[in-house]
Design a protein around this ligand. Structure first.
Ligand code: SF4
Length: 233
């Protein structure tokens, strides 16, 4: 599997686990507010392709850290576009690590297969906006039915999961938020994230506005009516 970067330690990204993060290159979306453009845009990836990390280097690192870390987060870009993601996860689990997958949910079949195969311990899925506004926000065409299927499948609780959204005032209007409440209704865990208008994939998003912490806390109250656990990150 292609690995474009590694963060060797985090206590924040995998709930109740000390973990490392590997980042995979490329993504099937183009969210203008994305902060990981160096792992998304092909022209940016070319610049760093020589520093990609081999699977073996990651496996050796994990073997050395056994007992100190217990989880590996696989993030991106979008990990589910990697053809050999499943084999990579199998090998990491054989070393004894738990797996958290960060995904945009656009490859439902891949996500379902990994969950059905008991290869994931935690999934964090971005739910970016209402279904009607999705394609405009994520830039590339994605099949919205896949997003819907991923959300509904995660809600069945076969694996621990969270939904998460980065909120921007120009995108997440009252109407959009109302639609999102319906989409997320019955969810288990949801995080509301603040947008940072810097280092974004599409420079026009630098002018977009984040919600204040107080506004996010108000939204938290709204979403809490129909989701078990809602927090601001
Ligand atoms: S799905 Fe994630 S990684 Fe891909 S463009 Fe959007 S924010 Fe960036």
């Amino acid at each position: 599997m292609l690995i474009s970067g590694i963060q060797k330690f985090t206590m924040l990204d995998f709930p109740e686990h000390t973990s490392a993060i590997v980042f995979t290159p490329g993504c099937n979306m183009r969210c203008g507010y994305c902060h990981n453009k160096e792992f998304v845009l092909p022209e940016e990836l070319k610049k760093i392709s020589k520093s990609f990390i081999s699977e073996d280097a990651v496996f050796n690192f994990l073997k050395e850290r056994k007992g100190l870390l217990d989880g590996l987060v696989i993030s991106g870009g979008e990990p589910t576009i990697q053809k050999d993601l499943k084999n990579f996860i199998i090998k990491v689990r054989e070393i004894g690590f738990k797996i958290k997958l960060d995904t945009n949910g656009a490859n439902f079949d891949v996500l379902k297969d990994l969950i059905d195969s008991n290869l994931l311990d935690y999934v964090a899925m971005d739910v970016k906006t209402s279904f009607s506004a999705y394609n405009e926000l994520v830039g590339n065409y994605i099949d919205i039915e896949n997003i819907k299927s991923s959300i509904e499948f995660l809600k069945k609780n076969y694996v621990e999961y969270e939904f998460r959204t980065t909120f921007l005032k120009e995108i997440h209007t009252e109407n959009i938020i109302e639609e999102m409440k319906e989409i997320l209704n019955g969810g288990k865990r949801y995080f509301l994230q603040s947008f940072r208008p810097a280092n974004v994939l599409d420079s026009k998003f630098v002018k977009f506005s984040p919600f204040t912490k107080e506004e996010l806390q108000n939204l938290r109250g709204e979403f809490s009516k129909s989701i078990q656990s809602v927090n601001v990150r």
